[in-house]
Design a protein around this ligand. Structure first.
Ligand SMILES: *Cc1c(COP(=O)(O)O)cnc(C)c1O
Length: 465
């Protein structure tokens, strides 16, 4: 399988190239040259299959040529060996035709584990075959950082630098990152927002001398391997239901929901993809008003979605304009310059044929946590709650569920966000075993100003140490 860039000026790349590079050299994002097709009969047979089997069926279509079947199977088994749920991504019914797809049973209790655990396994195998080192620099709004550290901490020939916006992640999220004892893990608390951190990562990539010198790599959701791993649960959930679903996806960087589009392009019947955002509503405005425009970043109860640039949206735009790389490159350059992009009518119509978008504020988030608790006794996290609130806001729920089952992606364990939960239901959720004792461990982090030069110096000095 070969990959191309959404901006059209990158040589064809293999899965390993894409995995190790993250971002394409022309600044675009990698996508398969053409989408692999999974026949309907094979998808139907996923019903009742082990999650790992479905993961193999889906991922092998992308990794062919870079990893043998045996290597991929081994990586998948290792990746999902430390999950609390035997079926990895359980589908839980909450009411008639309403479901939660629980994606938080991995080591750091958020859905990022599902992709990053497998990415870490593939990464170390690819690096072992190719030789050399890799330096991973990740910007995180909270969950990517801890999941990357859990997946990559202690692996040979890899250094991991994780930048989180200082004071903008929950205590649990910070502790999960800063209490890692692995010598190859370096935490930076950036005096800025998540978008500032993401901007710094982009500028490090743009400095090609520096990037080459340290073998810079991204494991952010722009890495196609993550999208590939996230397609899998759209297949397992649909197969379990036996009919197409409306998926409501708490959205930040647009990676998780784009995996739904990827599954659709591979042959999965999907009723609709609903983008659920918090007050950082760039994606809701893009879909509903036709203008993709960054605003100021708001701190909300769902910090992992506090994002004003949804990087993976570039992939959806590229597909929606029928893969016109010249248009995509020009559009993204306009957006970088103006922080604003008017979406042409045909492109918007194509996006709207697949996606709807709803924004919810903190009050609606709290109300959704309280309503689910009252109705089912379940405690959901504030990101999942944005999804539930969005589904409620789409109109009468009976009308929505009459069309197709509604599946809200449950992206984090509530214990990662105890304060938000307490605000909604009066008490924090019980603490799971994985988090017990975290606050008694020593933390390691460096507080740094929002300045790319300073960050570069820090990385160089740590690598030289
Ligand atoms: C990362 C994250 C999201 C947003 O996912 P994207 O792929 O960035 O859209 C939602 N919820 C939680 C808990 C997350 O960690």
């Amino acid at each position: 399988m070969n990959f191309l860039s959404t901006r059209g000026h990158t040589a064809k790349a293999s899965f390993s190239d894409v995995l190790l590079a993250g971002l394409a050299p022309d600044g675009g994002l990698y996508l398969p040259e053409s989408w692999p097709h999974i026949p309907a009969a094979e998808i139907a047979a996923f019903r009742g299959a082990r999650y790992q089997e479905v993961a193999f069926a889906v991922l092998s279509r992308f990794t062919a040529g870079s990893f043998s079947d045996a290597e991929l199977r081994e990586a998948i088994e290792a990746a999902y060996s430390d999950f609390d749920a035997p079926d990895i991504a359980p589908l839980v019914q909450t009411a008639d035709n309403q479901y939660l797809l629980e994606l938080f049973h991995g080591p750091t209790l958020a859905f990022k584990d599902i992709a990053l655990q497998i990415l870490g396994q593939l990464f170390s195998r690819a690096l072992a075959k190719r030789g050399g080192r890799a330096t991973i620099v990740a910007a995180t709004s909270g969950d990517t950082g801890s999941a990357a550290i859990a997946a990559l901490g202690g692996l040979p020939n890899i250094s991991v630098f994780v930048m989180h916006p200082k004071g903008r992640v929950s205590n649990v999220q910070r502790l999960q990152m800063t209490t890692s004892t692995h010598a190859n893990v370096h935490n930076i608390a950036l005096e800025g927002s998540f978008d500032d951190a993401q901007g710094i990562v982009k500028s490090l990539f743009a400095d090609t001398d520096f990037a080459d010198q340290i073998s810079l790599t991204a494991v952010n959701s722009i890495n196609f391997a993550r999208i590939a791993a996230q397609c899998v649960y759209y297949f397992t959930a649909t197969a379990a239901l036996g009919k197409p679903a409306t998926f409501v996806v708490p959205t930040g960087n647009f990676g998780d929901i784009f995996a739904g589009e990827a599954a659709f392009r591979m042959g999965l019947d999907v009723a609709r993809l609903v983008i659920a955002t918090n007050a950082n509503d760039i994606m809701a405005r893009a879909l509903n008003e036709g203008v993709y425009e960054s605003g100021i970043s708001h701190a909300t109860l769902s910090p992992s979605m506090d994002i004003q640039v949804a990087s993976n949206f570039e992939r959806a735009l590229f597909e929606a304009c029928d893969r016109d790389a010249d248009w995509t490159a020009a559009a993204m350059n306009d957006f970088t310059r103006e922080r604003r992009l008017g979406i042409p009518q045909e492109v918007l119509a194509s996006l709207r044929s697949r996606y709807s978008a709803v924004a919810c504020d903190d009050a609606e988030t709290r109300a959704a946590i309280a309503a689910v608790y009252k109705g089912t006794g379940r405690i959901i996290d504030p990101h999942t709650a944005v999804g539930v609130a969005a589904a409620l806001k789409m109109g009468p729920l009976e009308e929505l569920t009459a069309l197709s089952p509604v599946v809200v992606l449950s992206t984090a364990h509530p214990a990662k966000f105890p304060d938000a939960v307490a605000q909604a239901i009066g008490a924090p959720p019980p603490e799971p075993a994985r988090l017990a004792g975290l606050k008694n461990l020593p933390e390691r982090l460096e507080i740094l100003a929002n300045d790319p030069t300073l960050i570069k110096q820090f990385i160089s000095s740590r690598l030289a140490a």
